[in-house]
Design a binder for this molecule. Sequence first.
Ligand code: ADP
Ligand code: ZN
Ligand code: ZN
Length: 655
Amino acid sequence: MFLKIAVAFPLDILDYLPPPNVEITTEHFGCRVRVPFRTTETIGLLMGISNETNVPLEKIKSALELIDEKPLISKKDLALIEWTANYYHCVIGWTVQTILPNVLFQKTELPDYKTPKIIPAQEIALNLNKAQQQAVETIEESFNKFKPFLLEGVTGSGKTEVYLQLIDKIIKIGKQALVLVPEINLTPQTVERFQKRFDVPISTIHSNIAKIKRLNAWQMAKDGVAKIVIGTRSAVWTPMLNLGLIIVDEEHDSSYKQQSGLLYSARDIAIRRAQLHDIPVILGTATPSFESIYNTQQNKYQLVSLPKRAGVAKPPSFRIIDMKQYQGFEQLSPPLRQAIAQRLDKKEQILIYLNRRGFSPSLMCYACGWIAMCFRCSARLTVHAETSLLHCHHCGSKQKLPQHCPSCQSAQIKPVGFGTERIEQALEKHFPHARILRIDSDSTRKKNAMTGFLEQIHNGKVDILVGTQMLAKGHHFPKVTLVGVINADGGLFSADFRATERLAQGLIQVAGRAGREEANGEVIVQTHHPDHPLLVMLLKKGYRKFSELALDERKSVGLPPYQFMGLLRAECKTQSELQSFLQQARSLAEQLTDFPIQIFGPINAPLAKRAQLFRGQLLLQATHRKLLHTFLEHWLLQLPNKIHWTLDIDPLDFN
Ligand code: ADP
Ligand code: ZN
Ligand code: ZN
C-alpha cells in the first residue's frame, strides 16, 4: 500500500510507504505525516492511499511518523483541494501550500487555544419585511442540500439581516456558517454587527491579523468551536467540522479573485465547496456579476430578490451632467457645486467618488510634450502632491517631482488630469469652511486609520468625503445624502470587455451610499458621454436592464459567460525571447487539432513592461468549459518552462 502525500512544495503528489508498525486506514486521510524529503525531511498531508504507483519500487521511501490522530482536513475538503488543483491546472503541492496555514508544514505540534469568552448578544432580530421573509423561507427549505442562491437585493434592502437570521437557524441545528466578505478592514461594521447579534464564538480570518491569532481562529473553526467564520478570500478554505451554510457577500467583487500565485476565485470555490458538502450557498449583491445572472438564467442558481430598501429609505435619484458644457471647472461642474452647497447648508454629508488616487495621473511638459514615464515599466507616473513625488502604481518605484522638463529644461511642466488629492484640493478651495476627508489607499495606509475615519464620519465630524472605491464598498453612512461621481467615462470605451460591467457595479454601489435613512438621496454623475446607450440604460432603467443589454452584446460576440477563457501570461527580460516563447506556445496549441478552440495572440499585455520585464499574452477561448480544460491538459504538458509563465483560468482582468 502506498500513501499519497501532498507536500508544501510545487510538486505533484508523492508516494511513500506507511511508517513502520503503523496501520494507515481511510480514517487517516487528511492527517499530517512526517516524511523523508530530498536530503532532509518535511511534513505532508495524507491525501489518500493506493495499491498503485508509477514510481520504481526501490525509490519509494517509508514515511517516518503519522502526526495527527484525527484528520485536519475532511474528505470532502480533500476532494475540494484535488478539484482546485485540477481546475486551475496547478500541482497539488502548490495548492496545499497556498491554502493551508504554513505552520502545519513546519511544526508537528499545533498550539493550544483558549475558547473565547462569550459576550452576550446585544441586539435582537428585526421583524423581516415580506421579501426578506420569503428569502429566508426559500433558502431554509434547502438547508440540507446543495443549492446556490443569488440573493439580489438593492443596496440597503436588508440582505445582511437575511444572512443573520439564516445563520441563527443554522446554528440552532448545530451547524456552522462561513461568511465571505470582500474586505474586512474597510468594513469593521459588518463583523461588529455579527458580534452584537450572536452569543457564539466567531472566528475572523483575513491576512491582516497576527499569524498566531489567525491559526487559532482556523483551529476553532476546524474543531467546530467557532460557529461562525467571517473572512476574506482565503477564508473560503477554512476547515469546519460541521459546515452548514456558505454566504458570499458582494459576490461581484473582484477581490474574490486571487491575482497572484494560485489564481482562484473564492466565489467559485465557495460554490464547489457547497456542492461537495451538500449545503446551500448564498451569493448576495445589489449588482450581480454577469456570470451569476447567466447562471440564474440557466437555472443553475435560484434567484431570490429583495427589490426595495428596508425600513424607510427610498432609492436615490440620478442626474446626469454633460461635462462637455463645463470645461475648466476643475472637474466640479456648477450643478454639482450648487448641490454640494445646498447639502452643506442642511448639515448633510456629501460623498465625492473618483476611482483614481494621487494628485494627477500624469505629468506633462507643455513646451515639448514630454510625459513622465516609469523607467522600469511602460506606464505613466502619477503625481502625488502630498509627498511631492512621482509614483509608479505598477512597480511601486518613486522619484522626486522634477522642477524642469528633463527633456527641454522648460519650467512649463504641469499635472494633467485629476486624482483624489486634486479633487480634495479643489473642494477645499471652493468650500473653505467644509470639513473634508479623503479616503483612498494612500490616506488609509496606517494601521487602523480606516477605523478612525469611519468613527469621524459616523460622529458627524466630516462634511465632505472624497475617495476611491474604498468608499463604495458596503458602508452604511446614514448622513450621506448626496453622491457626486466625478467622471463616469473611464469604463465606457476600454479595451477590456468587462470594463462596462465594473463601471456599472461601481456606480450603483457608490450610489447606494446615498440617502440610506430618512432624507432622500441624490446621485450626480458627470460624464462627457451623456448619451452612451449603456450609461443611459443603467441610470434610467437600472442595473438589471443594463445587464440584460450588456449580456446580449456578450452573447453576440461570443464572450464570457457564453464562452470560456484561459489566459497564458508570460514575462521575460527580452522582447524577442518572450515573442518566440508565445509563438511556440501558439504553434503547439494549433497542432492539437482535436480541440476546436480559438487562439488570440501573442499580444503585448496592456502593461507591456513591468519592473524591467516584458509581458505578453496568449488567450485561449472555447465554447465549452470541458473542451477548454481537456485542451489545456494536453497543451500544458508540452509548454516549455524556459521562461516564467502563468495560466489564468476564467481571467477577470487582462493586465
Ligand atoms: P444590505 O445588506 O442589503 O445593504 P442591510 O441589511 O445593511 O442592507 O440593511 C440596511 C438598513 O436597513 C440597516 O440599517 C438595517 O438595520 C435596516 N433594516 C434591514 N432590515 C430591516 C427590517 N426588516 N426592518 C427595518 N429595518 C431593516
Ligand atoms: Zn519639455
Ligand atoms: Zn513602474
